[in-house]
Every structure is written in C-alpha cells, then in structure tokens.
Design a protein around this ligand. Sequence first.
Ligand SMILES: *Cc1c(COP(=O)(O)O)cnc(C)c1O
Length: 422
Amino acid sequence: MKQPFVSLDEVKEIVKTYPTPFHIYDEKGIRENARRVREAFSWNPGYREYFAVKATPNPFLLKILHEEGCGCDCSSMTELMLSEACGITGEEIMFSSNDTPVEEFRKAADLGAVINLDDITHIDILEKELGRLPETVSCRFNPGGFYKLSNGIMDNPGDSKYGMTEEQIFEAFRILKEKGVKHFGIHAFLVSNTVGNDYYPTLAATLFNLAVRLKEATGAHISFINLSGGVGIPYDPDAEGADIAKIGAGVHQVYDKILAANGMDDVRIFTEMGRFMMGPYGGLVTQAINEKHIYKEYIGVDACAANLMRPAMYGAYHHITVLGKEDRACDMRYDVTGSLCENNDKFAIDRQLPKIDKGDYLFIHDTGAHGFSMGYNYNGRLLSAELLRKEDGSVQMIRRAQEPRDYFATFDCFEEFSSLTE
Ligand SMILES: *Cc1c(COP(=O)(O)O)cnc(C)c1O
C-alpha cells in the first residue's frame, strides 16, 4: 500500500500558512534514496549521478542532491543558470541537449560543463562557437530499430529524434580525435520509466560493446559511459519498484565481462536519472472543493492539469490517498477532476476511493519528478507553491505560488496594463 509521507494532521497545520494546492517533497526520502543509488554504484570509483534538472528544477532540491554527491544534467539555458546559481559548475554539469541553440553551448562551455553532442553536425557548430573543442566531449548514440528488454518493455529508438547513428558515432569520434579531443564519453537514453531491473544492465552491455569497438577503431580514450535516465518508479501500488542495488550489480557484471576484459577498467559510469531520484518523494496536496452527480460521479479539486500534467497528457496513473480516510473502504467510484476547460483534466477516471466530502484533502502520489516542472498556465491557472518537509518534520517553502502579477509579468512593458503587473 502506498503511504503518503504527510499525515492529515500535518496537512491541516501546513494549510494554515500555505493554502492548497501545493507540491510537497520529503527530504528524508530524497537523501536515503540518493545514498542507495551511490552505494549501488560504489564499485565504480568514478561513478556520478547527474540529476536531470528538468524533472524537478528547484534549487533547494538540487542542493540537497548535490550534498549527496549528485551533479546536474542540464539541457537548456535556464537549467544551466539554475545549476550555476546552486554552485554546481564545471564537470559536475552534464549538458545533454538536442536541437541546441549555440548560445547554450557557449554557456555550458563557460561553466566548464561536460558537453554531450546529440548530433554529428554539432561538432562544427561547437568548434566555430568556442574557437576550439573542449578536451572532453561526449556523443549521444541512437542504435535505431527496436530496443527490447527481457520483460517485454520495448521502445523504438529508430523513430526518435535523439542521438547519432552507429556509423555517425564512429565518424564523430574520428573527427573529434583528429581535432584534438582527448577524452570521450558515450551516452544513450532508449527507454523511459522502466520498472524492471534489466534496463540499465542491457543498455550498459550495448554501450560497453560499442565502447570497445570505438576504442579499437579510433584509438579514442573513453573516459565515461552515461546510462542516462529511464529507471522507473512504481506509480501503481501493485507494481514492484526497481531495485537499484540489483541494477548496480547488473551493470557491474557486464562492466567486468566487457570493459574490464578488454583492458578498459578505468571507464567511469554516469547516470542522469530524474524520475527515480525524485518521483516518489513528492506529492501534490489538493482539496476537494466541489462534487457533481451527473452521468458519473465527479469530485472537483483545487489543483488541475496545470499543476500536474501527466494524467492528462499520457493517461498516467497517479495513486490518490484521501488523507484521514486511509482505512475506509474504497466503495465509491469517482472521476477526480481539475477546473480546466479540457475534458482530459482528470487526475483519476473511474477510481475506487472512499467517500469524499467537500473539504477533504487528497494526496496525489509520486509527483516529485515531471510534476510541477511540466506545469503551464492554460486557462490562466497559476503554478502552485513547492514545499519541503525537512528531516526534522518542519516545513519550508521552497518556491512561492504564482500570483496574477507573475502571470501578467510579460505585459510589464506596456504602461496601459500596469494595473495587472503591480
Ligand atoms: C529526461 C531526461 C533524463 C531523465 O529521465 P528520467 O526518466 O526522469 O530518469 C535524463 N537524461 C536526458 C537527456 C533526459 O532528456
């Protein structure tokens, strides 16, 4: 059973200061998980997790992860700026972008970030922008075709916009080496939200074999292999979660078999997880404000898809706990909706829940990654606050809620609408 990390009593206390809806994060859970991740890969002395900033771009959370040894994986100007503001710079930044504007390459280089090229044409673009190439360059690989795991999860990299073909990555390494690049990395992200334990080991074997061939063919010194993101979390309470210790051990095994056996035992392993690092340690707390009985039973809450887009966008399941009613029978069937003028603005459809009364607080689970960050302002709905439940149980606001003046801020250059922006 999924347990919220805050109780009804705590929420009642919190809403005295911070009204619903809000996202709340659990510092203890974040730190304990980050330590499990580090432990799982401790066999690789150079290991580093670069947290995918896009999953939860909050400086307070980035700093917590930094204290636990994580860097930042950035893919845009503002993500780079955020990382810089947290004091996370240099090789603690992995810049893994695509369709990259040159000024972002420039900013990444100015910060000393490790640059991961999504395309072979970016070699020239980067060289022209910087005058010369950095000493370390990484290339993103796309094996094409289908990518299948033993548990049946399959994705279709051949249809995705990311990375270089196998032929291109060999060519890219040759060119980069000729141009004086000294250290190389390889990156790939092939399947998202995998809940089994075999994605990383399978991907690692693919990339390790590629690394051996790249080294043989080009003489490049491969200093790291970046397994990127994609390790999943069990959104469904009946699903089993990924076991990071097993995943780390699985990668270790293929590392020894392929890399170490070919004299490449100095290769560092990097990851760029977002969801696995933060997803379960965030929740969206919202209040039931309306009920409606037509052809179906509806509960209207004060959050909407602007606060959490995944259900509307992907039909994603997010478990819901009605706080204080954890032990009641789930004998009602509801659609739990937000207020957007879009019929897909539903956090749950036909969900069995205990009877909900107006005023009840709902905890929507697993919103810690790709939750708040995918927020938007449709219908003029405003982004919520983000709160941190610290290890001692106290609550700190780590981002205030948007106010109308924020929504209207981009009219601040028009005198006649100054009433909106004050
Ligand atoms: C989104 C993304 C990640 C993180 O993915 P998760 O599924 O959250 O682990 C890592 N690297 C890159 C390049 C990404 O685009």
